[in-house]
Ligand binder design. Sequence first.
Ligand code: P6P
Length: 330
Amino acid sequence: MNFKTLGEFIIEKQQDFPGSSGDLSRILSAIRLASKIVSQQVNKAGLARHILGGAGTDNIQGEAQQKLDVYADERFIEALNNRGNVCGIGSEENDEFIELNKEGKYIILMDPLDGSSNIDVNVSVGTIFSVFKRVSEVGSSVVLKDFLQKGTEQVAAGYVLYGSSTMMVYTTGNGVNGFTYDPGIGVFFLSHPDMLFPNKNKIYSMNEGNLQRSSKGVQDYINYCQEVDKKTNRPHTGRYIGSLVADFHRNLIKGGIYIYPATDKSPKGKLRLLYECNPLAFLTEQAGGKASDGRNRIMEIKPTELHQRVPYFVGNTDMVEKAEEFIAKE
Ligand code: P6P
């Protein structure tokens, strides 16, 4: 077997920083462990009646929580808590942030199971995570400002895609690498080294049911994508799975843009800045792409709330910039 394992890769990268505490390695290993546990449940969701269906509770967004949402949230919190170096976690599934170990130097923001409404129709879902160093004093209780940092301060970010295979894709600021899970031996193998957005196969991903509720600039951009023009390889292909991690991952491999704009129904957009847009923006910039709210770089936005939403344009730089051009003219 000549593939490198995720464990070997994490250790190898840690050795690139002599004298490092190994804290970040332990956090990535905790995420690796929890993703294996969640993957096992997601992959039998169709059978595990006890998991399927609502947990009977709603999250802060007022969205019915699927039992697997809650299950995934608990598994990631347990795994990260057991490492002892995380002082707090902000999660889509919890109204407030959760305090863990006061001595921990890191905070985590996560969407433990994004797209979970797709579980019952057997569509891929994903975990999204973002890692920061705390800004408050080690030994004190974690506070909100630890979580409200700009995306530029992230020390690591990534996702786990529970699809036809389970993959973990992450960055620590030195490129993007993808690992595919072999459930037979319980190991992630380096299958997609040094991932970059390819400059081809341009795909646009948007819920076009929202088009008439979006701004003129967004409508003009989608019309641009649909125009026939051989010189610029248009029309682009429309693909929308309705599961952010799956749409993002396909665009990262094939080339494309994902758009969730502001609409009259969601004036700030639908996606959350801290645990969806920022982590994917970090990956995107590391993979040569661009992430904006249509006007501003996502990772420069100063957060004001744990669950705040932003309009989101993410993917190939030329496609995001073309969308920004139409928005600037509206
Ligand atoms: P809509 C799932 O709820 C999610 O947050 C993303 O995974 C997905 O891209 C988007 O919302 C789908 O939203 O309004 O198109 O159903």
